[in-house]
Design a protein around this ligand. Structure first.
Ligand code: HEC
Length: 163
């Protein structure tokens, strides 16, 4: 019984102490000269979907829920944001080399088709980010159209992923 009490109190202390440590928030007011919309057509309906379902983890601005004030939840959310952003950041899209831009569009098609994005843990709470079949189709067709546009615009070897 005594050890149990000690363990419980230790956990409580740890839980209290970590409340004082928060990861930096992913929030920026800086202009976004490298945004995907600068180089490619981003229709209003696509922008709306990206905003509500993707940008919290794939842009320089996250809309934080209230529970981000609670640790260790904030670390967990920050991990998603950092990983998501690292793989695909719509605000930095034009800084990627052409072959990466081209392949990310295919990745979007695959992830959305498979229902792997947005993350399941995200749509539990963000119910408006659950994509309807119509919204999935809109995103997929958009990504496909950008790939066609790129194919027409750039030499074939620039679209090949470098080893
Ligand atoms: C809650 C955070 C979150 C949301 C919202 C989210 N993603 Fe992601 N995304 C991630 C994380 C984390 C990864 C990297 C790990 C993985 O692949 O599971 C990722 C990876 C990806 C990748 C692969 C990038 C690579 O590195 O290969 C694509 C493409 C992608 N997401 C597209 C989307 C699209 C499109 C949406 C919206 C429909 C979306 N994501 C919504 C967190 C998120």
């Amino acid at each position: 019984m005594k050890t149990f009490k000690i363990v419980l109190i230790s956990l409580l202390v740890i839980l209290i102490v970590i409340q004082f440590f928060h990861p930096a928030k992913n929030i920026s007011n800086a202009p976004t000269p490298n945004d995907i919309s600068v180089a490619y057509n981003e229709p209003e309906n696509v922008r709306t979907i990206l905003k509500k379902a993707c940008n919290d983890c794939h842009s320089n601005n996250t809309r934080y829920p209230w529970y981000n004030n609670i640790q260790p939840v904030a670390w967990w959310l920050d991990n998603h944001v950092q990983e998501g952003k690292h793989g695909l950041n719509f605000n930095e899209f034009t800084t990627y080399r052409i072959s990466k831009q081209y392949h990310r569009m295919q990745d979007i098609i695959d992830e959305v088709k498979e229902g792997d994005m947005p993350l399941g843990s995200y749509t539990i709470v963000h119910t408006d980010a659950r994509l309807t079949d119509q919204e999935k189709e809109t995103l997929i067709n958009w990504a496909k159209s950008i790939r066609s546009e790129m194919k027409a615009k750039y030499p074939a070897d620039s679209l090949v992923r470098k080893k």
